[in-house]
Structures are given as C-alpha cells and as structure tokens.
Design a protein around this ligand. Sequence first.
Ligand SMILES: [Mn+2]
Length: 408
Amino acid sequence: MKLGLFSDTHFGFAEGTERESECFENAVKALKICFDSQVDAILVSGDIFDESLPSPETLSRSFDVFLHAFQKPKRQLTIKVHSKHGEKEFDFSGIPVVAIHGNHDCRSIGKTNILEVFHKSGMLAYLQPGKAMIEKGGEKVFVHGLSAVPEKKARDVLSLWNPVPVPGCTNVLLLHQAFKEFLPFQDDSIASLSLEDLPKGFDLIVNGHLHWVDTHKIGETIFVLNGSTVTTQMKKLESVKEKGVFVFDTESKKLDFFPLPAQRKLFYFDLKFENAKPQEVLEKARQALQSCKVDTGIVPLARLKLSGSLAIGTSSLDVDLSEALSEVKGKAIVSVSKNFFSNSFKKKITDLRSAQKSKQSIASMGLEILEKNLAETDFGEAFDAQEVFELLSEDKIEEAATAVLSKK
Ligand SMILES: [Mn+2]
C-alpha cells in the first residue's frame, strides 16, 4: 500500500487577507501529489483547520478540497475505525483520509470537534485517539492516532494510552506534539516529549505541529516531521526547508518526499544591533527587504526579526519602518518583530547585576542607581543626591521635590 502524508493545512489561515486562498491551493497541490503517486490512503497529522470553529466560508472551501479526493476512482479497500466514538466502517468513494486534530483545531472536552463532524459525514476518519485498520487485498495497515493534547501532559498521556503495534502488519502512529529535540530550549510546558519516549515497534511515526520537514531513524522506526503545507508563523527553518508531501510504501518501507510545486518563498532576516540609531535600523531593514527577489512570480514572504540595543535617548518607538515597507508594497509580504533593549534600561540591568555581585545594601544600590540616572539628565550634580535619596527613602516626597527644585 502507498500512504500519502501531509499535515497542518491550516484551512482558514489568513482569512480576509491577500493570503486567504493559499492554504486551500497548497492543500490541493498536496492532494495532486498524492493522486500522481497513486496513494491508497492519505494521513493528516493535525491542524487541518487554523481555528477550532472555522467560518462557514472556510468550511465550504474545505469541503471543496476534500471533494477532490472523493472524485478520484474508488480504492478497493475498507477502513474500520475504532475510537472513543465507537466502531465505524468507512466506504470512501475516492481516496480515504485518516486524520487527527492538532492544537489549532482542538476543542475542550465535551465539545464537538469539527473533525468529528467530518467523521460523521464520512469525509474522513478521525482518531481522537483511535486506531484505523486499512485493508487492501490481504494487506492490513494499522494507523494509530493521538490527537493533540496539552504539551505538559503529552508524555503522560502517550504512556497511558500506550499504543501497541499489531504484529505482522504495517503500523503507523500519527501525533501532533512538540519534541524537545527540535526546540532550542527546555520547557515542559512547550515540550514534555522526547524522541526516546516514543513507543517501539512502529514502522512509521508521523508528527505534525512543527511546520518544517525532517526525518530521523529511531531504531527500525522512521520518524517524520511532516511540516505544514502553508507558512503561518514564518519560522527560520521554514525559510530553508521546502514544504511538501511524503509518500510511504508499506512493502518496501521506502519514504519519498515531493515538494509542493510553485511555493511561496520565505526570506528570513535576523538582524542584531548595538547602540544603533533608528536611521541605521531603517537602512539595514531596507537593504534586507530590497534583497527579497524571486523569479516565480509569487510574491515572497519576508520575516524581519530586529533585536539588540538602540542609542541612548531612543526607543523602539523611534524605529519607523513605514518608508522601507511602502517601498516593497506588492513585492513582499512582510512581518516584523522588534525586540530592542533601550540602552539605558540595559545599563540599569547591568548596574544592578554588578551591584548584586558586590553585595551592596539595597540602600546603597538605590543611591547609586539614582546618581547614575541623574548623570543622564540635565540636573547633573545640581543637588546632593544623598540627601534626596534619604528623603525619598523616608517617603518625604514633597521635601525631596523641594530640595531638587530649589537647586534647579
Ligand atoms: Mn500547525
């Protein structure tokens, strides 16, 4: 059997903007790859929808996408799903789709999930968690699926659910979680799972959620990060890795990757500054944006990540990029994040740290900070900082103000 794998189609993403059709168009491209590869079934690892309550417009367009799969010739196979909703046998008219929900299309316990509606309509088989048996000729493939759960509970939920591969058959596991190995920091609320927590004995484990593609071999198991079919958050890895579809052959255990044709390119700029004047930031941003050239005719995405420190007396509010942005209007779709330290703030933190190290008393630390702050104002040494500080520390605000103003 051949299985087509893609994930995170995010139907409804960027609704109402110039990118609103992209999620649907890319999903159709992914389906076309599946059809051309003559897959027997399609497995989707979560985040089919961008939101848990998609708009009627999104739902309608999603039906159109799924109908593509339905219009294909019927595969001679049966699908039986065993999930918390009971047993259900599917009779797909075209290529069957088996899916789990992700963190985007998840709803709280007791509420009806949108994938449940699709499951009832017979358009896809939804595992929450559950197990689908796909049978063709004499071959059986078991797809075990755990829909997204809160990250900090993922490790416990997976070990409690404890999916066991069915002997003598191909076994696939679908997940939609973060993994420690793919994140730059350790935080259990963001990822409690490691690759070593994965159950053993599966032929293939396919994970959605992380929007770039990657593959690993864990013992005999192939682990696949499926990536998304559409760029949503503009992560750095998405700028270097293509989006696409994996096709897994259950007999040869071969995994092939097919990139989506005509992808929207993402340019990613991580620009760091030190003591920079706003004009300098603007110039660097302008240069970066002007370099975003493509020959595909598809307007690229540009992610500008600006960070570091700005010159004393300036703040991130002074960094006005509107000029650079208007120059690339229609030529790039830009997203900017500014994370500047104002230099004086950074200096205060450094001062506090060194004071902490020298174990000064709170009072002398306070006095030092006051003196340094005053040195940056035009008060200069116009009055006795020690006197003012003592008045302030005794809550004699009026007297402190009088002492300052009388000397000014
Ligand atoms: Mn996603």
